[in-house]
Design a protein around this ligand. Sequence first.
Ligand code: OXD
Ligand code: MN
Length: 596
Amino acid sequence: MKTIKHKELESWVNETAKLGQPDHVYWVDGTPAEKDRLTKRAIARGFVIPLDQEKYPGCYYSRSNINDVARTEHLTYICSKNKEDAGPTNNWMSPDEGYAKSKEILKGSMHGRTMYVIPFSMGPIGSPFSKIGVEITDSLYVVLNMLIMTRVGDRVLEQLGTDGAYTKCLHTRADLDVHHRFILHFPEDNTIVSTGSAYGGNALLGKKCLALRIASWQARQEKWLAEHMLILGVEKDGKTEYVVAAFPSACGKTNLAMLIPPEGLKGKNYKIWTLGDDIAWLRKGRDGRLWALNPEAGFFGVAPGTNSKTNPNAMKTMSKNTIFTNVLLGDDLSVWWEDGEGQPPASGVAWDGTPWKPGMKDSSGKPVLGAHPNSRFTSPANQCPSIAPNWEDPQGVPISAVIFGGRRERLAPLVFESFDWAHGVYVGATVASERTAAADGKVGEVRRDPMAMIPFCGYNMGDYFGHWLEMGREIPKPPKIFHVNWFRRDENRKFLWPGYGENLRVLEWILARCRGEGKAEKTPIGFVPAKDALDLSGLNISGSTVEKLLEVKPEDWVAELDGVKAFFDKFGKTLPKELWKQFEELKSRLQSKVAA
Ligand code: OXD
Ligand code: MN
């Protein structure tokens, strides 16, 4: 029997075992030998399938239930004491009801299984940014993923000592029935309970549940920010500048974080460093700037669309020690996905467990997908060729620019800069995007997704905007705030901007602006690059396309205001007055242009 120094933790684990009735309780120690043992066990029980180990060393395949392949936002709740603290964009359940419901589901749910206890750290162990969690789970798949995504094991218990604070993360697959699926957050108790799902975002509780929902609540109390952001460094002439960027799920955060400089800019000798692809924790540094750290240790990236053109670094990152979930499994023990690499295997098994062959069509003539659009790879961050040498620096890195963005066919120009922090917060608060496949819902529909945090903010977003405004007052040297849109299209719905590595041209302008350089034109929505301000050398793009990319049409922005107003109205009194002021100022800047 292991001796647990933290008695309160030990008794929570014991109580949970009494309730869940597992056959065994196992404390994960985080050693490589243990990982081998658990992997063998997962293979023996059919939770993972080893891929061809010569081609894919250390790689495994897993398929989740076909009704359990994405985050289920409608089953995700904030269980705060007061409903108002959850705000109008979250589902709310009272803590009593949340505990009672989940207790019913938990009762006996682990019978016949092992209950794993995973002590984990979000952020390097001992960093002032870091937070500890303990996940109890009856899923070996979750354990194997947590070993990649977080820092796990005895060294975390050591850090926790006899009475350290930690987030209780309780997960049971139960019967995977959607009626028993609840993702519950009790921010006042620093507790998460997730039942009835084994999908990553619902079950790897360190990620969205702790590092965003619970952490955002804590960040408000403790004056920092927990954000849905990538972190990347741009090095030139021996100096590296860092940016963070927030885009809604599956809008290319991983691709941007791992960007390869384009051919046309080769002469400038840029080097891009990856620090994180999904979550950033930001704090005021001693120098009065904003500093960022990635709390995760791995990538849980969307596979479809990833190939050696769109993201060569991701392809190399996942070439070993990776878990592939819900992609196509070739009969030759290969993996493949739509818009992936090379030819599909001659035959295989699709994400939903049915036999698959290239070129298959369904009864309406549509291609049958081999991989689910939200299928994933889980890979260690340190395998990424562009991982920054300082990505685990306990102090984080200083941030020059905060970038928000979404997927907008029309409206938003390629890039614009806000006038100041408060205007930047307005820009972040009004981000909207066309829906993607990472969560259940209708693909293509536009939804407001402020700071890309709609599904992840653990409290009332009106208060969250207020907290952002306050952080601007707290930080003597705040980063500048920008908005980008890689997804603008022409009248024929053709993308105007090539994206991917070419996005460095936009980052270059952004960083120049942060240094007080870079030519810009003032428009009612902010500064856009002057006609010749973007370095487009070596890029085959016409002047009229660039004009279309940068165009700000005041009448379209006026039309957008109705949607913003309706969204802001939802927050009632909790929406900071400052944002209404920004709204009115923008409106009058736009109206004077429309009238002119
Ligand atoms: C993710 C998401 O998994 O945003 O990163 O859904
Ligand atoms: Mn995400």
